[in-house]
Design a protein around this ligand. Sequence first.
Ligand SMILES: NC(=O)C1=CN([C@@H]2O[C@H](COP(=O)(O)OP(=O)(O)OC[C@H]3O[C@@H](n4cnc5c(N)ncnc54)[C@H](OP(=O)(O)O)[C@@H]3O)[C@@H](O)[C@H]2O)C=CC1
Ligand SMILES: N[C@@H](CC=O)C(=O)O
Ligand code: NA
Length: 448
Amino acid sequence: MASHESGNGDDRRPLRVGISGLGTVGAALIRILTEDGEAIARKLGRRVVVTAVSARSRSRDRGVDISGFTWFDDPVALAKSEDIDLYVELIGGEDGPALASVTAALERGTSVVTANKALLARHGTALAGLAEKCHVQLGFEAAVAGGIPVIKTLREGLGSAAITRVYGIMNGTCNYILTRMGNEGIGFEECLRDAQDLGYAESDPTFDIEGFDTAHKLAILASLCFETEIAADQVMVEGISRITQADIKVAADLGYKIKLLGMARKVEDGIEQRVHPTLVRKSSAIAGVDGVLNAVALETNHVQELLLAGPGAGGEATAASVLSDILDFARGGHVPPLGVPVAELDPCQRAPMRIHEGGYYIRLNAKDVPGALAAIATRMGEGNISLESVIQRPDLRASEPGVPEENSRTVVLITHETLESAVRDALERIARDGFIVGQPQLIRIEEF
Ligand SMILES: NC(=O)C1=CN([C@@H]2O[C@H](COP(=O)(O)OP(=O)(O)OC[C@H]3O[C@@H](n4cnc5c(N)ncnc54)[C@H](OP(=O)(O)O)[C@@H]3O)[C@@H](O)[C@H]2O)C=CC1
Ligand SMILES: N[C@@H](CC=O)C(=O)O
Ligand code: NA
């Protein structure tokens, strides 16, 4: 156990921080702690000093001076060091040195601050239980919606209000890509490269693009909202890699924007957690959240709806959230990491997506043969799916590369509220009828 009774070190002594990971976020944190050192000391009545650091390469130029800190090749050794009061993990990854070093720090009685949503999505319930058992803190404000204080709001800011639904834009990289594809007509790959250059994307950007990063964050939020164990494996996940300029254009023509949303709500059968591209009306508040910005909406039984918006990615914004956790720790804040003690969390019961109801955007490449459209409409009717509109868009390229344009034309269907299972069954029949080429594009519509 740590030698400090209060768990946050002697209130007069400088708070000694050890940081593993000196990349986008770690370097930005050192920069902020250096530049704002005096302001932090005034706020806290004590200084916060970095005493130890770890990364893979000791020689890499990080744009910040690390020569005054003790260097550790091994993050676990740093986490166990007597020379720190607080361990900050900014390595990333759900296992490996991130898990080993966080576990080592907690077991030793050293509190932890992390920005690692992959780690928490996979091990968060266990790590929260370990922090409670060792009477130390586990802070992770930076892990969800970067610079937005949504974790603190959920853990401490809503009194007794019960959350009925949480949804939002929780991945800055995807929001940045979709915004620029829509506003500037720039291609997906170019936007992704720019997001990586700006330090927004994960080291493996698949996590961003395929929706897994959003799923990690949503699972953490759902646990705090519904007092359930973190269950990232129960999140239905679809990313944005199949979204084309055609989809963005048609959606815009119909008064919508496409956003990658994470949504969770309590339903009769359990907790519905889903991540997917979504058509949202341009007039909705969430549609106005563009670029790298994130937004999290909390619907509660007391306050109609709270919408928290701000930068979701980037070194500076994320490091600011890491710092907010450091300051909370320095002030002796004691809140169970997941809002309530782990022992009081319910297991998360997954609600099946097949019962989901909503509107759908369906883009098909209908063969240019007599009766194709009629056959498609018939199948929709058989599925009891009421169509709000059927739009032929011969001006748009076929959705799938390699689909012969001359043999097909783009058709877009907008449905009224209907069951997910009915839409999927109808599309299977349409495909079997042989009147379409390539894969249909199916995007859910949400009315906020
Ligand atoms: N970037 C962002 O906007 C945000 C990131 N996050 C999270 O913050 C964490 C860090 O992200 P980010 O700074 O972007 O990542 P980077 O890839 O920029 O930095 C990762 C750092 O970890 C170090 N590292 C990797 N493996 C080891 C190891 N085995 N031992 C010691 N150090 C190691 C790297 O060392 P080296 O430099 O020597 O290679 C590097 O300094 C991740 O969990 C990420 O999901 C959360 C919110 C926003
Ligand atoms: N790659 C993530 C970083 C912040 O969590 C994102 O783009 O949101
Ligand atoms: Na946050």
